[in-house]
Ligand binder design. Structure first.
Ligand code: NAD
Length: 489
């Protein structure tokens, strides 16, 4: 049971009329309100370019929560929301925000606690951080925290510039770099599965594990995000952040405690242990892909290059498969395969741990026994399953595979959604499931090298049909080590 502790804060959302705010942030703040984590002592300021009255803004917030809210609570909830139009580059706008913030601070007794959520294009982040400092919005008695979404830079150099600019107004402990994958229940469950089960943790090393596979497969294409995605690609959009964060939680060493600094220290140590391939070796470890039309249904499944706002000659990767290797004592010799992509056969987010299978088979089996695999499925379903061999009932000593699986009933329908968790963690000052700058810098180092390798030795794209399992080269990546991907569906 979670104890309900009421939080006191002012949340200012830059980009308060945008998609992220409406689809994710307002519903998440409402859920925290409905559960009692926010009650009397909170207020939210939305800011964006558009001119809006408080009244119209409240209507917008109300409509973003209608499908989840208790009707009797909506008016009271939205009465805590205020709007000011804002031009990021205009000093006057910040003075207006400062006055409103101070007024709300007294009205709701907010103790000077302030959270600034940047839900707008990253090009504005530097300017906002600098102005928040110069115009005094962060000079309060309480805490000041900055929540910031991906992408954090475009490469190591731009990420460093951004970090330096944010550092003028906020120190590392005040910056909450969101990776909403880390807010997912089953991703957080990885720590429990490992560290609350000595039996599992005892096997969590290169003596017993043959390979690890992390998959973040999407069935959808780029939808309306073609313009953004074409300047990004799968490596920047999914690998640099979500995949490497999930991988580091799965593989990190046993931390001294579950405190954020101990967990971060282990994640950083793990990321530092990954081998960075030489430029000419990159293609042996990382496979880019781009989806083509599906020959059987080219209208429904068109090519990436035919998507809206995408360059018809684009070489942006919509898929990446990779093999990470670590020189840590624990993982030396264990390939860690990752794959992510758009327009794949099915939506699936999973972590598969395959155990070694090198004992002689004592049974009268005609087939090989399966390798034991522990599968943590994060989406679309949440489950943990263990594939094992058992005896076929009856006479004879023959085995067959079976699955021990957590039941679907164990998924709590009231379990917090990822943004609800990340906002709640920030309110509580718990940065465990956010990315530290050291992790971000190490991930960009690897990503920059992969792009360098791909640019030096380009792959012919497109190379997989929309609706398939990805390029053939992704299968070959595992086949040359004697492995294959755990099925997507
Ligand atoms: P959006 O385009 O829907 O919204 C942008 C917001 O910024 C709007 O409120 C707009 O009015 C405001 N804005 C733009 N220029 C401004 C200016 N000069 N001054 C003041 N306000 C200005 O974008 P979004 O989809 O909500 O994304 C916001 C950020 O979050 C982006 O960095 C995006 O990459 C990131 N993100 C979004 C999602 C998502 O689900 N939408 C997911 C992950 C990350």
């Amino acid at each position: 049971m979670t104890t309900i502790k009421e939080e006191t804060t002012l949340i200012t959302i830059f980009g308060g009329t945008g998609d992220l705010a409406n689809r994710k942030l307002y519903p998440a703040i409402y859920r925290l309100y409905a559960k009692g984590f926010l009650k009397e002592n909170f207020a939210v300021i939305g800011t964006a370019r558009r001119q809006l009255t408080n009244e119209l803004f409240r209507q917008q917030v109300a409509s973003s929560i209608t499908s989840i809210a208790d009707k009797s609570q909506i008016q009271e909830f939205v009465s805590h929301f205020y709007y000011r139009s804002h031009d990021v580059t205009n000093q006057e706008s910040y003075k207006v925000l400062l006055d409103l913030s101070n007024e709300l601070d007294s009205k709701y007794s907010l103790k000077g606690n302030r959270i600034f959520f940047l839900a707008m294009a990253p090009t504005f982040f530097n300017e906002i951080a600098v102005r928040l400092k110069s115009e005094g919005l962060v000079d309060t008695e309480g805490y000041q925290r900055l929540m910031i979404e991906k992408p954090f830079g475009h490469n190591l150099e731009s990420a460093q510039e951004l970090n330096d600019a944010l550092g003028l107004a906020f120190n590392e402990n005040q910056i909450y770099r969101i990776d909403h994958y880390l807010g997912k229940e089953m991703v957080q469950n990885v720590s429990a599965i490992r560290f609350a089960n000595p039996m599992i943790e005892a096997l969590w090393n290169n003596r017993h594990i043959s390979n690890i596979q992390v998959t973040l497969a999407e069935e959808l294409g780029v939808e309306e995000r073609g313009g953004y995605y074409d300047n990004s690609g799968a490596l920047r959009d999914m690998f640099q952040n979500h995949i490497l964060q999930v991988v580091s939680l799965v593989l990190m060493d046993y931390p001294l405690s579950l405190d954020k600094s101990d967990i971060r220290a282990e994640k950083v140590r793990l990321l530092r242990s990954f081998d960075v391939p030489e430029v000419d070796e990159v293609n042996n470890f990382f496979v880019p892909g781009q989806y083509d039309a599906n020959p059987e249904d080219a209208t429904k499944y068109k090519a990436y290059r035919s998507e809206d706002n995408v360059d018809p000659k684009s070489t942006t990767e919509t898929f990446v498969a990779g093999k990470l290797t670590s020189h840590s004592d624990r993982w030396n010799g264990v390939p860690i395969y990752i794959r992510t992509g758009k327009r794949l056969e099915t939506k699936k987010t999973s972590i598969v741990i395959e155990f070694k299978n090198d004992r002689p088979n004592l049974f009268d089996d005609s087939n090989e026994q399966i390798s034991n695999t522990l599968v943590i499925e994060i989406a679309p379903n949440e489950s943990i399953s263990l594939n094992i061999n058992v005896k076929v009932p009856g006479q004879g000593l023959v085995t067959q595979p079976t699955v021990l699986q957590t039941s679907a009933d164990s998924v709590d329908p009231n379990a917090p959604e990822a943004y609800e968790k990340v906002i709640h963690d920030c309110l509580r000052g718990d940065a465990t499931y956010f990315s530290h700058w050291d992790e971000v810098a190490l991930s960009w180092q690897l990503v920059d090298r992969i792009y360098e390798g791909w640019a030096t030795h380009p792959t012919s794209l497109p190379n997989y049909a929309s609706g398939s399992t990805g390029p053939e080269a992704a299968n070959e990546l595992l086949a040359k080590d004697g492995f294959k991907w755990y099925p997507l569906s």
